[in-house]
Every structure is written in C-alpha cells, then in structure tokens.
Design a protein around this ligand. Structure first.
Ligand SMILES: C[S@@+](CC[C@H](N)C(=O)[O-])C[C@H]1O[C@@H](n2cnc3c(N)ncnc32)[C@H](O)[C@@H]1O
Length: 246
C-alpha cells in the first residue's frame, strides 16, 4: 500500500463522530442527492455517503489518496466519482450539488482568509438552489498545547501493522503560532527485519471563526443556516459545522 495512504488511514480514518451529521445533512436533501466531498482523502466520509445511496463526487489534491478511495468504492460495488483538483479552484461542468461537505478542518488548510473566502464562493456556485455548504472547523479554543517527550505515556500513538511492517504515528507537539496551530507527529516504520525509519509530519491549521465563514458566505450570496456542534472524543477535538444555504 502507498505510504501516503497508510499514514492518512492511520491518522484520519478511525474518526467517526461526525458521520451521523453528514448523513443527516445528506438525508435532508433527499434520496440519492448529489454530494461534493471536499478534501475527501481515502474516503472516510465519501464511502459512508455512497453506502447510503448518495451520488458522491470526491475531490482532493492528492491523487494517491483518491486512487485508494476509488479502489475501495469498486471493491464495495459503490458508484462514486473522484477528481484530483484544488478545491479552491474547482470548476465542474455539472454544478448542481445538493450538499457540499468540507469535513475535518480541511478548510483550515486552505491558506488564509482570502483563500477561504474564494473557496466559499466557488463551492456556493456548485450548489443547486436549496443546496447546503457545510464546513467543519476545529473548536480551536479547546486545543491544549503540549510537547511530548520519549517515554511520556500520553497521548497514545496510532499504530497499525501492514505486511509485517509496523507504522506508528505519535503526536508530539500542539502549539499556537500566531493565528495558526501547529500539529507535529513523529512517524516511524519498523519493518519485518527490524529496520526503522523515522520522519516528522507537520500540519499548520489556520484559526477560523464561524463569523468569518458566515460573512464570506453572505458575500457569495449564501444564507447562514446555523452551526452544529460535534463533540470531542478521547482522541479528537470537537468541531463546529457552519451551514450556508443557497
Ligand atoms: C484532514 S484531511 C480530511 C480527509 C477526509 N475528508 C476525512 O474527513 O477523513 C484533509 C484532506 O484535504 C485535502 N486537501 C487539502 N487542501 C486541499 C485543497 N486545496 N483542495 C483539495 N483537497 C485538499 C488533503 O489532501 C487531505 O486529504
């Protein structure tokens, strides 16, 4: 398996707390509704929606992740389209989506207020009348800064064994840096003969407020439809999901 896929699965795919909300928002749009999943990764949300009969278009920058997603959809007999593209510059011929879902803080990776605002205009233009853009942002006030050192018992690493190799992803740092949060992980692979390989993964999440997204939505002609909360879990911070309607 491609290592980008392994790390993505290990670090993201165990999260399920938000799935009932995406399914509820899809159900409100009616059976078989067309859904755009932005930053779909290996398909945690896309596959759940496709299994419930929705017509999903999964968009991500990373073609390798989408290839794994497409393979999983095929294996499960699901009909689903994938598109490797930058969601901030999306221009699909058929724009009539009932729901555009942006799960798991993906919008906080888009690189600044202007990029987020441009994305909201682009996503809004891909909605049919009555369609909804739903954007999950981390409840960053709940972030607890920490620095992990070898031997510390918590937080626990994510670990999986694939074909005799053990993949271990240890969160090591959460720190505020200006308007962003920096999340660092130590990734380690121990192969079947004891070879070890270490690398560091760094994610920078912009701080984003509900107000900013609602204002950007209004500038793009979208109505604020409220905010839904997703509770934190033992391993994941809580989220707010901002709803904007066309
Ligand atoms: C935190 S992961 C979320 C994956 C998946 N939606 C989930 O909930 O498990 C963020 C995803 O957004 C993708 N991404 C980041 N910037 C993007 C952009 N500008 N356009 C499309 N996808 C992007 C990344 O490649 C990554 O797969």
């Amino acid at each position: 398996m491609n290592s980008q896929v392994v790390w993505h699965d290990l670090e993201c795919s165990g999260y399920e707390q938000d799935l009932p909300l995406w399914l509820e928002l899809a159900a409100k749009q009616g059976p078989g509704a067309r859904i755009l999943d932005v930053g779909a990764g290996t398909g945690r949300v896309s596959l759940a929606l496709a299994r419930s009969g929705y017509e999903v278009v999964a968009v991500d920058l990373a073609a390798e992740l989408l290839a794994a997603l497409a393979e999983r959809a095929r294996a499960d007999g699901l009909v689903l389209s994938t598109l490797a593209a930058d969601a901030r510059k999306l221009e699909l011929a058929d724009q009539q989506f009932a729901l555009c879902a942006v799960p798991m803080q993906t919008i906080q990776l888009f690189g600044g207020t202007r990029a987020r605002s441009e994305f909201i205009a682009v996503a809004g233009a891909h909605l049919r009348p009555g369609g909804v853009l739903a954007i999950a942002i981390a409840a960053t006030r709940d972030f607890e800064e920490f620095e992990w050192h070898d031997g510390d018992p918590f937080p626990l690493p994510d670990i999986i064994e694939i074909d005799g190799s053990v993949y271990c992803s240890q969160p090591t740092v959460v720190r505020k840096d200006g308007d962003s949060f920096v999340l660092e992980r130590r990734r380690e692979v121990i192969d079947a003969v004891g070879g070890r390989e270490q690398s560091q993964d760094v994610i920078v999440l912009d701080t984003v407020s509900v107000g900013e997204l609602e204002e950007a939505g209004q500038r793009a002609g979208l109505k604020p439809l409220g905010v839904r909360a997703i509770d934190p879990t033992a391993e994941h911070i809580g989220s707010q999901v901002v709803l904007l309607g066309r």
